[in-house]
Design a binder for this molecule. Sequence first.
Ligand code: PCA
Length: 212
Amino acid sequence: MKILVTGFDPFGGESINPSTEVLKKLPDYINGNKIIKCEIETVAYKSLDKIKNIIIDEKPDIVLSLGQAGGRKTISVEKVAINLNDFRIKDNEGNQIIDEKIFDDGDTAYFSTLPIKAIVKKLIDNNIPATISYSAGTFVCNHVMYGVLYMCERYFPNIKSGFIHIPFIKEQVKDLDTPYMHLEDIVCGVILSIEAIIENDVDIKVIGGNTH
Ligand code: PCA
């Protein structure tokens, strides 16, 4: 299999984005499966154009996108992306899209087509803090998750895709209250996630969800 993994450039005043730091540390192969790594800009639509071009060139079986979720405590595997751009801050080219659909002809939402419960279980079994998240926000990460699922449904039906948000790494945190994870643990978590994707063609049926 071929797995395309994407990360973002720094945004919102940060000087690094841990999702790209992870890319730099991923191996070229995981259990014999080729890993293609690509940094994309935190910019609406431009990010999706780049991913689409790489998909056309490389023909991956899986697209796994990574992004920073500052303030979250665990690696969070996203379940759903919604058809909404509602940017609380500007993206890296100054776009601040408010209350608009990402694609007018897209569904209201798409679910990840990755085995998200199998991923979370594998991480927890290996002592990496992980949870399912039921909202990827309304900024460029949700935009990319939604846009890749949209393009896969329309143009690349054999490709599975999904999104994992990762916390800040220690180097970004200057106070005692903001949660972070060590980069090595996040890298380990992403490798385990890719292994879970390779091992689970369909997701496992285990209890999950939130009560509120
Ligand atoms: N995180 C942002 C966009 C880029 C990134 O790494 C987000 O969660 O939308």
